[in-house]
Design a protein around this ligand. Structure first.
Ligand code: SF4
Length: 110
């Protein structure tokens, strides 16, 4: 679904049918320590770009609201893990590289 910032994100949900006004980020919603989501967070959230750049089915994302600049600004921080190797993925846009090991000359990214 298209976020208020205009990007496609599979975690965004909205419902304006028959007078309803529901907007949700289901990535933050499923993290109990994720913080309180606001539609403005979608403007700077890295998740839509990560999803576009890396479609690995083994990568699981977790998001939380991170306060910066003396707590005045908020942005979404993303933590990624590979459910295949059970390792943290340092750069979710690139992935851990474990799926590409069958290719000659490939190495796991550190
Ligand atoms: S905050 Fe990020 S993950 Fe959540 S709906 Fe907006 S773009 Fe998607």
């Amino acid at each position: 679904m298209r976020t208020p910032a205009g990007k496609e994100c599979k975690y965004y949900f909205e419902d304006h049918f028959r007078g309803r006004h529901t907007q949700e980020c289901r990535l933050l919603q499923r993290n109990p320590q994720g913080g309180r989501w606001k539609p403005a967070h979608c403007r700077t959230c890295p998740v839509p770009d990560v999803l576009r750049q890396n479609a690995c089915p083994h990568m699981a994302l977790e998001g939380r609201v991170h306060k910066t600049l003396f707590g005045l600004r908020e942005q979404i921080k993303v933590y990624a893990i590979c459910t295949d190797t059970l390792r943290e993925v340092a750069d979710p846009a690139v992935g851990c590289g474990a799926c590409h090991l069958h290719r000659p000359g490939a190495q796991i990214l550190k």
